[in-house]
Design a protein. Structure first.
Lengths: 349, 349
């Protein structure tokens, strides 16, 4: 595969370094429970993972929000835990409880994982991507994604969501060799998975490191920056021209090192990142994406308008993609998303 | 009350601006479930709030960790939710579930709160402080504390812990006048409460803003910096000489504005704050406190030693108090705390 021609889709142009007015926009978890048509499709699938592994339904829910709001990008409908699932760990989603996994907490547990069936297991996800690649509007970019190794590892070790990641950090600090093997396995599998997403039509990649903010700087360097940099380098080398967006959520001051040292083309910002700081420290180095508080989309009204304008005024002057600081929440009224889309499309920077 | 004489206790000297080697140390939640003697005392009280309101038992658990580890400071044993409890909101702690409150979500709910009985309700807490003031070792400083208005408001509005603070933010953005009234009531009550703690023997104050990191910059400025600054100014004016430590947890880049604009004497850092950045941006302006990852105290061993040394090498050169980045977790082995205490006391910077 050789270098691609210069992008024409607005989302990809922004990632290539152009300042666009109005900026391109999409929303994390734009395909989801806040939409009645999603809930309708969801009800026809079995489990949540069944939906992720059903190319017809997964591509349908990916496309649903585009029909309403005309986003500049669509992200594959899937979940970050399909990777541990494909490695042979038992993963289940219980309604209202979040994910439950049989935890990996020792070298013995780790030895039961097996990467040899990765692509076979994930074939339906690749089929979804291929379907989307044909079905997506000509001006809409198609984003592939994966969880970052650190964030996926927290679920694999805790066996569920967690407040303090005690089991994961204990493994990291008390059995560093076992933890390093888990992270190496995840980094390789994640790279394999992302490359195959690209080969099936993904035009850009986002890597979600939702729990990056939980690590002190030395461990952040090793387990957030390190694996992300190696994923960026691998994609750049094996599939040149496909941009990568990192999202080291709540990294705070460490967003700067993250951008400098991973080489990402774009960085997604949580809602806590001050705009002027991002404009000064991050935007000269890569495209920034973000960072409206998702609860402003629940509140709506003038507060929503003011929140949108506050971001556009500061970040809209440089390379920028409008997004939320975290995923849309289920109680978001769809008409508030319409209000956001309308305001963005009418923005004159 | 007039200015006090220069402090002799190591913790207070560090807050007054001295660089001490080894630095003074204490640990957030040092009186707690990881200690068998705490669990024994806890079992003799009724509910968790009963323990907070029992001067004999609350002072006993405050003193317990001092006997083991010789910390340079002790913090009043209490809870940040005694303030809403004293304002008349129904507050209960259910074992393993965390706090449950009858939520305040409207002007009508708010009108049922009443600050007139605050001091009467909190009299047992003041009695605990008075008891501690006499019982504490001569070299140990006695810290009073409260939750910051923003963090206390999240519990009052959500009615429990929360992941995204959706109800609180919705009130903040959709009913700004009602939310401002709640915050004003909390700021006044918190100030009254802290002044009275000082009058009963507290030699320093820490204000815990555990959820400060959940706010975008404009709301952080208004609801974290604003109320903290007014508390700092009130204490400085009404009880001069009593230092105030702020803890805007996970504020990230906004730690800098917090320190500059609130005028705190000290700032407590979560474990995600990079040390070199804190030494450059924060330590010249106030005393810094922190920020060992609490899970390193669970892991123990050489990882713990390395984690301690990493912090001491960077922050130990300036005005500094060693602490954790968040509270001790219940599964912490007490012997790991002993190892930490020994290493700190032997440190030659």
């Amino acid at each position: 595969m050789t270098d691609r021609s210069p992008p024409t889709k607005r989302f990809l142009r922004a990632l290539a370094g152009e300042t666009l007015s109005p900026p391109p926009f999409w929303l994390m978890r734009q395909a989801g429970r806040y939409l009645p048509e999603y809930r309708e499709t969801r009800a026809t699938a079995g489990s949540f993972l069944d939906l992720c592994y059903n190319p017809a339904l997964a591509s349908e829910v990916t496309l649903q929000p585009l029909r309403r709001y005309g986003f500049d990008a669509a992200i594959l409908f899937s979940d970050i835990l399909v990777v541990p699932d494909a490695l042979g760990q038992t993963v289940a989603f219980r309604e209202g409880e979040g994910p439950v996994l049989t935890p990996i907490r020792s070298a013995g547990d780790l030895s039961r994982l097996d990467a040899s069936g990765l692509h076979q297991h994930l074939a339906p996800v690749y089929a979804t991507m291929a379907t989307l690649s044909k079905a997506i509007p000509a001006t809409t970019a198609l984003i592939g994604f994966a969880g970052a190794p650190w964030t996926v590892a927290t679920y694999m070790v805790e066996g569920s969501g967690s407040k303090d990641f005690a089991q994961t950090k204990k493994l990291m600090w008390s059995e560093p060799e076992t933890f390093a093997r888990l992270m190496q396995m995840l980094t390789t599998a994640t790279g394999d998975y992302l490359i195959r997403q690209i080969d099936n039509g993904a035009e850009a990649i986002q890597i979600f490191d939702t729990w990056a903010g939980a690590l002190p700087e030395d461990q952040f360097e090793r387990w957030v920056i390190g694996p992300t940099r190696s994923l960026v380098e691998r994609i750049r080398s094996e599939r040149p021209g496909v941009p990568v967006v990192g999202f080291p959520r709540q990294a705070g001051i460490l967003y700067e090192r993250f951008v400098t040292e991973t080489g990402v083309d774009g960085v997604s910002l949580d809602s806590g990142v001050p705009l002027a700081w991002a404009a000064e420290k991050l935007q000269p180095r890569c495209t920034v994406q973000g960072n409206l508080d998702p609860i402003l989309l629940v509140a709506g009204g003038e507060a929503l308008d003011a929140g949108i304008d506050r971001i556009l005024k500061v970040l809209g002057k440089g390379r920028f993609i409008f997004n939320l600081g975290h995923g849309i929440v289920p109680q978001t009224p769809p008409e508030h998303v319409a209000r956001l889309a309308e305001r963005l499309k009418g923005w004159k920077g």
